[in-house]
Design a protein around this ligand. Structure first.
Ligand SMILES: [Zn+2]
Length: 255
């Protein structure tokens, strides 16, 4: 597929040179709108060069419910992203300190959370506990994966239980939320961080705005946006993508 030379920012309508956009970490140079970043690019951005050791790379989803077109969608997104699941996880160093880390990729079935993601998140938390490491999870999620039904929904309880056990045993969990983070991920591991950090403009919520708008005519300004959630105490801090690594290094240095 041919790479576009320019793209139009959906936030400010600026026509942006594509190479400049990529160089700017998928952030609009004119209005600072943060667009999704692949899990592998975000890993490169956040961790010390060459320090990432991937775990559970061979876990992949199966079509247990024989949901229509699910197998085809999985194959399509495996080819598109080069990942076998929606999440890249393992151990890496940030500022010279080892951390257990998991990063989501919205390009894989909309970043939805199925049985494999639940298992990878849980294993990442358990590794952090076992090795006494800080935990960093960067979430992006379209909710629980409907193609896996109850098998996906069960992951909410599993990941939440693992988080709670880790934190109660003295673990330090930094949850980073990026646009968009919705559904069961928000209602489980994403919201259980000791510190919750968001990128500017990140939409974070349980039901999406269209579902909420069907019940309530007027939504408040900045509804489900990080800026509003900070003022309500749900998110602790908002930081620009190019400052995220520095903030993580600062927080982890206290462990
Ligand atoms: Zn813009």
């Amino acid at each position: 597929m041919e790479t576009p030379k320019t793209i139009t920012c959906k936030n400010c309508n600026s026509v942006i040179d594509f190479d400049a956009f990529i160089k700017n970490l998928n952030v609009c140079p004119d209005c600072d709108a943060h667009y999704p970043l692949s899990a592998s690019n975000r890993m490169k951005l956040l961790v010390d060069k060459g320090s990432f050791e991937e775990y559970d790379a061979n876990l992949y989803s199966i079509d247990a419910l024989e949901f229509p077109e699910y197998t085809e969608k999985l194959e399509r997104d495996i080819n598109k992203t080069g990942l076998r699941s929606e999440m890249l996880s393992g151990i890496a160093k940030i500022g010279g300190i080892s951390v257990a880390i998991a990063i989501g990729d919205v390009g894989f079935i909309g970043g939805t959370c199925g049985a494999v993601i639940g298992e990878k998140v849980t294993r990442c938390i358990e590794i952090a506990e076992e090795k006494n490491l800080p935990l960093v999870i960067v979430s992006v999620s379209g909710g629980m994966r409907m193609q896996e039904g109850t098998l996906a929904l069960m992951q909410m309880a599993k990941t939440a239980a693992a988080c709670t056990k880790y934190v109660n045993n003295g673990g330090f969990y930094i949850s980073v939320v990026t646009d968009p983070t919705f559904g069961g991920a928000t209602a489980s591991y994403t919201s259980l961080g000791d510190v919750i950090i968001a990128e500017p403009g990140a939409r974070v919520g349980f039901a999406g705005p269209l579902a909420v708008a069907s019940l309530q005519e007027e939504l408040p300004e900045n509804f489900q946006k990080a800026e509003s959630l900070v003022s309500h105490g749900f998110i602790d801090h908002i930081v620009h993508r190019n400052e995220m690594r520095r903030l993580l290094t600062y927080l982890i240095s206290y462990t």
